[in-house]
Design a protein around this ligand. Structure first.
Ligand code: SAM
Length: 338
């Protein structure tokens, strides 16, 4: 018999709160329309359909997270970045700010005990969850069957390292990535997925706050670097909120932030693998020697400082500039010189 004693499907959150997004931020859908996500529940999808949470999943609170971890014999490990969310408001807010609609196929990386998975299933018709920990991957379908019985057939669980997952590993092509990423591998996972899955139109990820700042930084900012340029190669990147430590078990040592990436609908440059690798090689070289001028930093990549200077000038870039000042478009131009 399912135990929904601490929150029947359809009932108000156990914490008695109303699901109000703390930052009250407005988000814009991929089609450019406004998706006002103030109450964490009413969201309009790209196709204009109403995607109000169905209220058919019993979300996990602190007691449920602890009980599931104990039942599964899970001791959260730092190596796998296992900090589980136990706050219904937070997971509702993530789903809301993601702007996903019923017709989206959501790829969730690291579903863990299922906190975010349940909130996703309450809104979208298909979730594919990729989890590296076999104990968690094995148990997730039962948790969903227990807490959201009529939504359980919308979930596929794939036991896999998200750093090595390819389209052929998934039963269906995902349109959106929504995840509370394992913090130690957040950037490589995010970049791998955008590179590997052309079908991904958008991503809303929770990462360490500093990493969120980095990903969304603008050229010239103190924290602008390789992740900022590479994420900007794929799409528009922006900070989409902050999350405190208290919503996790175990409590992490860092604050968290939300980042949204909307892939360019009409990419300003080719995004095929060969071109991406060429551009990323320039980015890596430019930032490998921070505080050096591009003329010096790119000398190894170009073959000599003189050749680096020639190519920078050909791209319309002052050779005494530093990489920290260039946007993705400028790196694309440098990579395109010969
Ligand atoms: N989504 C859950 C939540 O919000 O409570 C758990 C998030 S926890 C921060 C990260 C999850 O990612 C854990 O379940 C962990 O086992 C999983 N994980 C860690 N490294 C992974 C990898 N390389 N590929 C897939 N999953 C991974």
């Amino acid at each position: 018999m399912p135990d929904h004693s601490s929150g029947d499907p359809g009932s108000a959150p156990r914490d008695g709160s109303d699901g109000t997004a703390r930052d009250g931020s407005d988000v814009t859908a991929r089609d450019g329309s406004d998706v006002t996500a103030r109450d964490g529940s009413d969201v309009t999808a790209r196709d204009g359909s109403d995607v109000t949470a169905r209220g058919r999943a019993a979300l996990l609170g602190p007691a449920e997270v602890r009980a599931l971890a104990e039942e599964f014999g899970v001791r959260p490990t730092k190596q796998l970045g296992q900090n589980f969310v136990h706050d219904a408001n937070t997971v509702r807010r993530i789903v809301s700010v993601a702007g996903v609609g019923r017709d989206d196929v959501v790829l969730e990386v690291g579903p863990g005990l299922g906190s975010l998975t349940l909130a996703l299933l309450d809104v979208v018709d298909r979730v594919v969850a990729v989890e590296i920990d076999p104990r968690l991957a094995e148990r997730l379908p039962a948790t969903v069957a227990d807490r959201a019985p009529d939504l359980a057939d919308r979930l596929d669980v794939v036991l896999k390292d998200a750093m090595r997952v390819h389209p052929a590993d998934l039963p269906v092509a995902p349109t959106a990535l929504v995840a509370n990423l394992p913090y130690n591998v957040a950037v490589p996972v995010l970049l791998h997925l955008f590179a590997e899955f052309d079908s991904l139109r958008t991503a809303l990820v929770m990462v360490q706050a500093e990493v969120a700042d980095r990903l969304a930084a603008a050229p010239g900012s103190r924290v602008y670097g390789v992740p900022s340029v590479k994420a900007g190669f794929f799409g528009h990147v922006r900070r989409a909120g902050s999350v405190g430590r208290a919503v996790f078990w175990p409590v992490p040592q860092v604050e968290s932030g939300l980042v949204r990436i909307d892939r360019y609908t009409e990419p300003p440059w080719p995004t095929d693998e060969a071109h991406r690798r060429t551009v990323f090689a320039v980015v890596d070289a430019a930032f490998a020697q921070r505080r050096k001028t591009l003329r010096a930093a790119l000398s190894g990549w170009a073959g000599s400082a003189a050749e680096a200077e020639r190519r920078l000038l050909a791209a319309g870039i002052d050779p005494s500039t530093r990489g920290e000042k260039l946007d993705a478009a400028a790196f694309v131009r440098i990579a395109g010189t010969s």
